[in-house]
Design a protein around this ligand. Structure first.
Ligand code: NAP
Length: 316
């Protein structure tokens, strides 16, 4: 049985690490359970660890590499005394206070919890994805579109995200091919019409992506017709996967209120969840903006909410 902490932060992307910086500077000695270096889901540092250059994070006029930015966030939190555990939370119990959080068999207890476990982009499941992500393969047009000025690129998916990303990417790319596994889109009518009217967008219906080419960066893809099985090579240098996102909320099923799609529900204008003393920030509760800067902003909100709540309910 461990001592009772003021706050445990679960997750270490921009939201969690910003919450750690703020709670550490408020002398709350946060414990950050940052995740485990693994595949593409719960790696410490979150989704920015899968990107290369970040050009839209304010304060870095020359841009910064995603992993370097997250190392800076982490160093800043450590400087003020945040402690880190490079492990994955395996179970939580928020039914009574102090709250309990387990990493395998070890129990950690805290008066308050900040949940910042993020979300992950759904991927195609191809072998080459881990190698090429951030090197021509992307899940975020807002982040990476700029790097494809004048290129021929492709987007996979048929929902609003795919159409929105493809339309946005035509600002930079010479040509954008939307690859969809069926012959009709799921996206809203107005967005479909906009894409159909865009001379830079082409559609490849009834196809899936079967392999990616390129060692250092993407040089082409192979697509496969879903009915005939016929394969075709497309010489694209960019592939944006826009087949949906999944919030990392399995741990909290039946414990924290969620929307039907699994995103945590927070009280509007705050980071309060339905459990008093448990706060949520970043992509785990935001399927709209999903930017590092908005995640960081909500991490700051969660830290301030937690600090005030602790003052009123625990230390006051
Ligand atoms: P989505 O609506 O679930 O669409 C995912 C698309 O990816 C579908 O077309 C699906 O094909 C395809 N897909 C799924 N798995 C695939 C796979 N393994 N291989 C190939 N294709 C695959 O997801 P979303 O577009 O990210 O949108 C999520 C939610 O956010 C929706 O409610 C959407 O309306 C909303 N959204 C709104 C806006 C906006 O209004 N501006 C922008 C973005 C998102 P099928 O069609 O065959 O299932």
């Amino acid at each position: 049985m461990s001592d009772i902490r003021n706050v445990i932060v679960i997750g270490s992307g921009p939201a969690g690490l910003t919450a750690a910086i703020y709670t550490a500077r408020a002398n709350l000695a946060p414990l950050v359970i940052e995740g485990e270096p693994s595949s593409t889901s719960d790696q410490p540092g979150g989704q920015l660890m899968l990107t290369t250059e970040v050009e839209n994070f304010p304060g870095f006029p020359e841009g910064i590499m995603g992993p370097e930015l997250m190392a800076n966030f982490r160093a800043q939190a450590e400087r003020f005394g945040a402690e880190f555990l490079t492990e994955k939370v395996t179970r939580v119990d928020f039914s009574e206070r102090p709250f309990r959080v387990w990493v395998r068999d070890t129990e950690h207890r805290a008066h308050s919890i900040i949940v910042s476990t993020g979300a992950q982009s759904l991927m195609l499941g191809l072998e080459e994805e881990n190698r090429l992500i951030g090197h021509g393969l992307s899940t975020c047009a807002t982040c990476d579109g700029f790097f494809f000025r004048g290129h021929e690129i492709a987007v996979v998916g048929g929902g609003d995200s795919a159409i929105e990303e493809a339309t946005f990417l035509t600002k930079f790319a010479e040509k954008v091919t939307i690859i969809h596994r069926r012959d009709s889109l799921r996206a809203s009518k107005i967005m479909q019409d906009r894409a159909f009217a865009n001379p830079k967008i082409e559609f490849l219906w009834n196809h899936t992506v079967s392999s990616l080419q390129g060692e250092e960066s993407l040089t082409g893809i192979t697509v496969r017709h879903v009915e005939t099985g016929e394969t075709t090579e497309l010489p694209v240098t960019g592939l944006f996967v826009a087949i949906g996102h999944r919030p990392n909320t399995d741990l909290f099923t039946g414990i924290l209120d969620m929307e039907d799609n699994g995103y945590l529900i927070t009280k509007p204008g705050s980071t309060y969840t339905n459990v008093e003393g448990v706060f949520a920030c970043g992509d785990v509760q935001d399927h709209t903006y999903r930017q590092a800067i908005t995640a960081a902003g909500s991490g700051c909100m969660a830290a301030i909410d937690a600090e005030r709540w602790l003052e009123a309910n625990v230390h006051g």
